[in-house]
Write a protein that binds this ligand. Structure first.
Ligand code: COA
Length: 535
């Protein structure tokens, strides 16, 4: 495979300017990460520790294999919402190794409003379960939660993807033969009681874990009975009397050790095989990405410059290099894994769509996972292109992306707008993981275009009614839309609402994609199967 060469002058003023702009974005990213990793308020952390309990992230550190990475998901869920009272939405989720087996970990953070669930907490929990289901990997639940956050009941209780979905998913995961182990390390109330009850095995910590459908205040209100939490549903009750839990642990560390022992006994899964090569770092320094990525999303960037800083040895076997240049397709390796890459290099035309569709078919038949690098304003518009059938060619690409039989991974490295988001494996197209770079932006169209469309609609309405067009009103419409889109299209807005699996530092992209491919191997890739392509 050829090593591709850079055309960028890393000593140029433009490169240096970009680099310093990007470093400012990264500083913000790291300081916000530190903030959410601290968890709840100091007083809650103190109370938690005084009970001899470990913090959620400390528990995860002890659970995963030593010196192995933990890929945390959606660290900024609920960011800038609820007056930032729910760091990480009060739950830590991610993928780690347990006895060398990729495992989804879901840990409540009891320092954040008693580990209770708001809308984003549920979304995060359900997304983690979905990852386990798609990739056929086990789950460990580290439970320490007061159930739903009661003031938000209308947003967390009744709907299809609300709290109940967690237990529905547990049953489906179990039916698929996916192991689930719960460690009850604190409260486990109301519906939450089903988390351990529906797991394959449950561990509970003495004088600390409790499981009950209704807590002591509810029992008192309903029946008048006075009962302590421990008597009602403590570790002794559940491991000796009720059988709701299976293993009695003396403390957090002991409980985690029992969980690791359970994993040690499991049979390894049947894996998809991929041809591996020794890992090679990129020949071009990944840190140069900071100087390349235009902080101004309107400035174009040749995606090959990005690719050569992500892939092993900067080697890239480009496919159809000279055809349909607004999309770049080709094969490479990331941390030794083979990968097909599809990256935008301008708007999507008919021939661009056909080239990417052809490439997806190659990946399907070669059982090679696909990495989408999104930086897309959308499909080409205009009479000429409509007449040539851009809609049917775009449809072919959307179809190919939807039915791809190999795992897809998406990283939004620039803009993600309109149907371009769909054609490049946006969230609705089930990429196994989807991450944003801190500079990324996502919305149905750019703010300026939206402002233009809406003011044009207004002007046409007024003209049709034979009325004057008030310039000031039109200016206000435009300004309002521009402002709204600027705010809502930021990566922070997206990640807060779980439209993605998190924001990552661009230099970590290699590691993140490699972990994604590793986890995807736990479920053999099916043979290709597509539907009807409109010709
Ligand atoms: N809904 C909304 N807020 C809740 C809550 C709930 N279900 N459970 C706890 N909280 C809030 C508390 O009001 C408190 O908020 P504050 O920090 O702003 O004062 C914070 O979470 C911590 O609660 P606190 O009771 O001080 O902490 P704790 O560690 O001693 O106990 C629980 C935590 C979860 C065991 C305990 O609060 C509890 O039993 N809550 C009720 C659980 C319940 O009945 N849930 C039913 C859900 S269907």
């Amino acid at each position: 495979m050829f090593q591709i060469q850079s055309n960028i002058d890393v000593h140029s003023a433009a490169f240096k300017k970009n680099q310093s702009g990007y470093r400012a974005l990264l500083d913000q990213f790291h300081s916000r990460m530190e903030q959410v990793h601290r968890g709840g308020p100091e007083s809650a952390i103190k109370k938690h520790k005084s009970r001899n309990k470990l913090l959620a992230r400390e528990r995860i550190d002890l659970l995963v294999d030593r010196n192995t990475p933990f890929l945390e998901l959606s660290s900024f869920a609920a960011w800038d919402q609820y007056r930032n009272q729910f760091p990480a939405a009060g739950i830590v989720t991610g993928i780690g190794l347990l006895h060398n087996r990729e495992t989804v970990i879901i840990a409540n953070d009891a320092t954040v409003k008693g580990g209770t669930y708001i809308e984003e907490t549920i979304k995060k929990h359900i997304r983690a379960q979905e990852i386990a289901l798609e990739n056929h990997i086990p789950i460990v639940y580290m439970v320490d939660s007061g159930g739903v956050f009661l003031p938000e009941q209308d947003k967390v209780f009744p709907d299809k993807y609300d709290f109940g979905r967690i237990f529905f998913n547990q049953s489906r995961l179990s039916a698929e033969g996916i192991p689930q182990v719960a460690i009850v390390m604190g409260s486990c109330t109301a519906g939450g009681a089903y988390v351990p009850a529906m797991s394959d095995e449950a561990i509970i910590v003495r004088n600390q874990g409790t499981i009950f459908i209704g807590g002591p205040p509810l029992v008192k209100a309903a029946t008048g009975e006075d009962v302590s939490a421990e008597e009602l549903g403590g570790a002794d009750v559940h491991t000796r009397i009720s059988g709701v839990a299976d293993h009695l642990a003396e403390n957090d560390t002991h409980a985690i050790q029992i969980c690791r022992n359970i994993f040690e006994q499991m049979n390894p899964p049947l894996k998809q095989e991929l041809s591996m090569e020794p890992i090679e770092p990129p020949a071009c320094d990944p840190a140069e990405l900071y100087g390349l990525i235009p902080v101004d999303p309107k400035k174009p960037i040749d995606p090959r410059e990005i690719i050569m800083r992500l892939v092993d040895g900067s080697k890239f076997q480009e496919f159809k290099q000279h055809y349909a240049p607004t999309i770049v397709t080709g094969f490479a390796r990331i941390m030794g894994y083979p990968v097909g890459i599809i990256a935008n290099n301008g708007v999507l035309f008919s021939e661009t769509s056909l080239k990417a569709t052809h490439f997806i078919e190659l990946c399907n038949f070669r059982k090679t996972p696909i990495l989408f690098l999104q930086n897309i304003t959308g499909f080409i518009v205009g009479k000429e292109y409509e007449h040539k059938g851009i809609a049917k060619d775009g449809a072919k690409l959307v179809h190919a992306v939807s039915t791809a039989s190999v795992p897809k991974f998406t990283v939004i490295i620039g803009g993600s707008y309109g149907a371009g988001n769909y054609a490049m494996a946006g969230r609705a197209f089930d990429p196994r993981l989807l991450f944003m770079w801190p500079n990324a932006r996502i919305s149905v169209m750019g703010g300026e275009q939206a402002a233009e469309v809406l003011s044009r609609v207004k002007i046409d309405q007024l003209k049709a009614a034979g009325e004057e067009v008030p310039k000031e009103e039109i200016r206000k419409i435009k300004e309002g839309i521009l402002h709204k889109y600027a705010d809502e299209s930021s990566a922070w807005y997206s990640t807060s609402r779980l439209w993605d699996d998190g924001i990552i530092d661009p230099v970590d992209t290699r590691k993140v994609v490699a972990m994604g491919i590793a986890m995807s191997l736990n479920k053999p890739y099916p043979d290709p199967r597509t539907g009807v392509y409109r010709m």
